[in-house]
Design a protein around this ligand. Structure first.
Ligand SMILES: Cc1cc2nc3c(=O)[nH]c(=O)nc-3n(C[C@H](O)[C@H](O)[C@H](O)COP(=O)(O)O)c2cc1C
Length: 192
C-alpha cells in the first residue's frame, strides 16, 4: 500500500547545492524510497518579509498574516504536509537569516488552522564550518528549534548535522549521509 505521507523540505541556505541542502536531499531520498511525497522550498529565492509585529494574526477571527508575500503559499504547503524538514547552515552561532525569517512568520500559522503544530513531525538538518557542534553554534541552533517546537507542541523526530565548510564537503561524511537517508525513511514510517 502506498504510504503517501507528505514531506515539506525548507531549505534555509543561500547555497542551493550546499551542505545543508545535501543533507536535506538525503532525507528526501529516504522519504521517497519509503513512498513519501516530497516538496522542496528554497527560501532564499522567495520574497519573505520579516514579521512586522502587527499582531493581526493573533486577533480573534484573524484571516492570517497581513503581509502578502510568498509566505502565504508556504503556509498552505506547511498545513498540507505531515512532516517538515528544516535545513539550515549555522550562521553566527544560530540558524541562517533566511530560516529565521520563515520561523518568525510561523507566528501567524494558527490563524489559518487551529493547532497547526500539534503532532506535526519535524526533522532538522544542519551544517557548520567549525569542528565541534557545541562551539560552532550548531547545538545553540538545535536548542532554539527544540525550545520553539516544544512550546508549540510539534515533535522533532530526528536531527542530522555535521561539519563542512565548502559547499559539497559534507558528502565525504558517508556515515552522516546514510544517517540522513535513514531519517528520511523513518519520517514517513508509521512509527516515525
Ligand atoms: C555568514 C556566515 C556565518 C557563518 N557562521 C558560522 C558559525 O557561527 N559557526 C560555524 O561553525 N560556521 C559558520 N559558518 C560556516 C557555515 O556554517 C558552513 O560553511 C556550512 O557548511 C554552510 O552550509 P551550506 O553549504 O548549507 O550553506 C558561517 C558561514 C557564513 C557564510
Amino acid at each position: 500500500m502506498k504510504n503517501g505521507k507528505k514531506v515539506l523540505v525548507l531549505l534555509g541556505s543561500p547555497r542551493r547545492e550546499g551542505n545543508s541542502a545535501i543533507l536535506a536531499e538525503m532525507i528526501s531520498k529516504g522519504a521517497m524510497l519509503a513512498e513519501g511525497k516530497v516538496e522542496t522550498v528554497f527560501l532564499h529565492e522567495l520574497n519573505i518579509a520579516p514579521c512586522k509585529s502587527c499582531y493581526a494574526c493573533q486577533r480573534p477571527r484573524s484571516r492570517g498574516c497581513s503581509i502578502d508575500d510568498d509566505m502565504q503559499q508556504i503556509y498552505k504547503e506547511m498545513l498540507l504536509a505531515d512532516v517538515w524538514v528544516i535545513a539550515t547552515p549555522v550562521y553566527w552561532f544560530n540558524m541562517s537569516a533566511q530560516t529565521k525569517l520563515w520561523m518568525d512568520r510561523c507566528f501567524a500559522l494558527p490563524a489559518y488552522e487551529k493547532k497547526p503544530f500539534l503532532n506535526k513531525k519535524i526533522a532538522i538538518a544542519m551544517s557548520y564550518g567549525g569542528d565541534d557542534p557545541f562551539d560552532s553554534g550548531c547545538v545553540n541552533a538545535l536548542r532554539t528549534f527544540q525550545d520553539a517546537f516544544s512550546y508549540v507542541g510539534a515533535k522533532i523526530v530526528g536531527m542530522v548535522y555535521g561539519s563542512a565548510m565548502d559547499a559539497g564537503d559534507i558528502k565525504a561524511d558517508e556515515t552522516l549521509m546514510a544517517k540522513a537517508e535513514k531519517l528520511g525513511k523513518h519520517l514517513v514510517s508509521d512509527d516515525g
